[in-house]
Design a protein around this ligand. Structure first.
Ligand code: ZN
Length: 88
């Protein structure tokens, strides 16, 4: 009797855990970008919960110059990163 109750509890817990995993949405993404000035590769974390186009400034980790980064997405959920000179 007691062991049967334990099994039921375990099964319920597992199925609940799996559905939680499926519902988890991606809220951020790591993007590679290349410095507009020195051409060195950089990585930036972008918050994907922000709707529409994102336009922000990131300092290059190699030459420390500020790069303007523009992130756009299409209806299929693909993201595009555009790196520009800050004063352009
Ligand atoms: Zn640079």
């Amino acid at each position: 009797m007691i062991s049967e109750d334990d099994d039921d509890f375990l099964t319920e817990f597992e199925s609940e855990y799996e559905s939680d995993e499926e519902r988890t949405m991606q809220t951020d993404e790591e993007f590679d970008w290349y410095c507009h000035y020195c051409g060195e590769p950089n990585v930036v974390w972008v918050d994907l919960t922000v709707p529409g186009k994102q336009d922000f400034v990131e300092d290059c980790s190699v030459c420390c110059r500020p790069n303007r980064i523009i992130l756009t997405s299409d209806y299929d959920g693909n993201y595009f990163l555009d790196v520009r000179q800050l004063d352009e």
